[in-house]
Design a protein around this ligand. Sequence first.
Ligand code: FE2
Length: 279
Amino acid sequence: MYADRKSVFIDIQPENVRNLRKWFDAYVASFNTGDSDFQKNITLKDDHSRCVCREIRELGSQIGLFQNELLLCEVIGLFHDVGRFDQYARFQTFADMLSVNHAELGVEILKENKVLCCFPEELKDLIFRIISYHNLADLPLEETTTCLFYTRLLRDADKLDIWRVVTEYYSNSTTHSNRAIELSLPDTNNISREVYEDIMNRQIVDVRHIKNINDFKLLQVGWVYDINFLPTLEKIRDRRYLEKINAVLTDSVEVKEIFSAVESYLYEKLKDNMVQLYA
Ligand SMILES: [Fe+2]
């Protein structure tokens, strides 16, 4: 199983990862301005990066990856959003459409600072490609199976932690709102027809259809259609992420239909017991 992931020799030692973590700590610390509102969003992405690193490692061990492969997982988890800090410092937003593509910016930062100089060219290049693809709507299917394998694992881990961040946020947002998390969207009562249709057609929500905070919450609901590995689906079920988002949406017929559609998809896939959903 997963034999297709082994076309690149992954020569990574635990010491490499320890050193990369030190670089990451110092890099994040360099954004500390003493301004507490600004710092809150730097800390948000610092915590998210570390959590994605943990999530991807756990997913990797659940699907039986070897030690060196798990170390690669840690590296891509830790650095996948390294562009977020500079993005926020320069534009005060996490909305790529209003600023820069944070994945590409992250790759530029890693290259400029020669952060991955301890690795051979082929491995460095693989890591850059995985990071640059992690936020794309559609993956470049002409890519190598190794690259697509790790990109899919990273995207699963990233979503798992974003669900943690947003569900914690939604349950407290009436008292502590953060425009950066909500991407500065208006808080209207409706949901957009196109968003409803995307989800009912079992498609991930097209970001161009998002007009308000409810749509944004539904975008995260529709991510269930873009999950690649069985342990990720099990975590979505066990952590009750869908139920938590449902609880912060108005109780309309459309919302009920959406959750019924997405939950049946989730339970269908879990019942199929498919380990590698995209195969
Ligand atoms: Fe992320």
